[in-house]
Design a protein around this ligand. Structure first.
Ligand code: SF4
Length: 377
């Protein structure tokens, strides 16, 4: 219990203490995490974002064992969207009031660097009010190998062409022993942090992520959190924004080569991890509750385990959906508002930096006859 007192007093836990949290009773962890959350963030409000996922291509040469989304060039359902097709999806987002896209693909050696620059320029010219958070550190590493140029030069050019943020996808567990056991060709932890660090220095939006369920130990989860926290210290010491939030979900293996080979994670473990992260990450204010993998009710519960945000609508999310056996991984604004209100909080729309854009009148949203922002396809 000393550990929980220490964390709720705002004192930093060292890595061994973070690991020890996993052995404490879940209700005690939850109470402490919620106590920290209500002090650090608006206690009555839960935020969310209206956005859209766009997967510009599913071609990828990395071949992660936990990925059911990627295709090789020999498969007939491999695709690369045209700029106009991407733009059409952005138009659908704009029609439901969204102004942010999360755009990712695979590592596709057939797309030259100029293709990405031209795509960003095209989207910014047609949709100047939409922010583009795109590409994973893995995609940037692929571009480094393709162009033989460093991330710094690539990201500077991508930013000048219209890139607003580099979401921290592919974090999983940032311990190479875990990463490479699951997927030998996966980007290593050092490169993941190196590329995120460049992005943060350039003022791009970034997010810290985690996926549990690879069979990683508590010590490895604690190490992951410690490394994220150290990166955030580094960014903040320079005066950078650093990670805007921490988001964590459970590994989905249903349609992947890892099915039956790794334990995955239960709802209990997920909630435990949400609480541990809130207590460990003393320098990251915002934490998302993740509904796509374990459902709305577990996500609602997470709002009392340290989370203060309900994520985003994620229209047309495909990567988690493919791995999970095509669970629905997008939500309507109406559904998100309903879950937040039912959990006892005031819903508010935010931007990617967690500034509140507007408080939402639940009655107005919930009285809508049917979902208003499902994707057209
Ligand atoms: S997770 Fe990303 S890098 Fe890995 S195979 Fe899938 S698309 Fe490629």
């Amino acid at each position: 219990m000393d550990l929980l007192d220490k964390a709720t007093r705002g004192e930093r836990l060292i890595q061994g203490e973070i690991e020890a949290l996993y052995n404490l009773p879940l209700p005690d962890l939850a109470a402490a995490a919620h106590q920290v959350r209500v002090v650090k963030t608006n206690p009555n409000v839960v935020t969310y974002l209206i956005d859209r996922n766009i997967n510009y291509s599913n071609l990828c040469i990395i071949g992660c064992n936990f990925c059911a989304f990627y295709r090789t060039s020999r498969q007939n359902d491999a695709y690369v969207l045209s700029y106009e097709e991407v733009s059409e999806k952005v138009r659908e987002l704009e029609s439901v009031g969204g102004r942010r896209i999360l755009m990712q693909g695979g590592v596709n050696p057939d797309l030259p660097f100029d293709w990405y620059l031209d795509l960003l320029r095209f989207l910014k010219s047609v949709h100047p009010g939409v922010r583009i958070d795109a590409f994973s550190p893995e995609e940037i590493l692929g571009l480094e190998r393709l162009t033989k140029r460093p991330a710094q030069a690539l990201l500077e050019q991508l930013k000048a062409a219209g890139l607003d943020g580099l979401p921290g996808a592919g974090g999983e567990i940032l311990v190479d022993e875990v990463r490479h056991r699951a997927s030998p060709a996966r980007i290593g932890a050092e490169d993941w942090f190196r590329i995120l660090d460049v992005a943060q220095r350039l003022g791009l939006y970034t997010l810290a992520s985690m996926v549990i369920g690879f069979g990683e130990s508590y010590a490895q989860r604690a190490l992951h959190l410690s490394r994220i926290r150290a990166q955030q210290d580094k960014a903040k010491a320079r005066g950078d924004t650093g990670f805007s939030a921490f988001a964590m979900w459970t590994l989905q293996t249903e349609h992947t080569r890892l099915k039956g080979k790794v334990p995955g994670a239960t709802a209990h473990e997920y909630l435990q991890q949400v609480a541990v992260a809130r207590l460990a990450l003393d320098n990251i204010e915002n934490q998302q509750a993740s509904w796509p993998t374990l459902g709305f009710k577990v996500a609602q519960t997470a709002l009392y385990y340290g989370a203060n945000d309900f994520g985003s609508t994620m229209l047309e999310e495909k990567v988690v959906s493919a791995a999970s056996g095509h669970k629905r991984t997008h939500a309507t604004e109406r559904e998100i508002v309903r879950e937040i209100v039912e959990a006892g909080f005031i819903p508010a729309v935010r931007d990617v930096f967690y500034n509140i854009e507007r408080f939402v009148d639940p009655e107005a949203v919930l009285s809508q006859a049917r979902p208003q922002n499902l994707p057209a396809s």
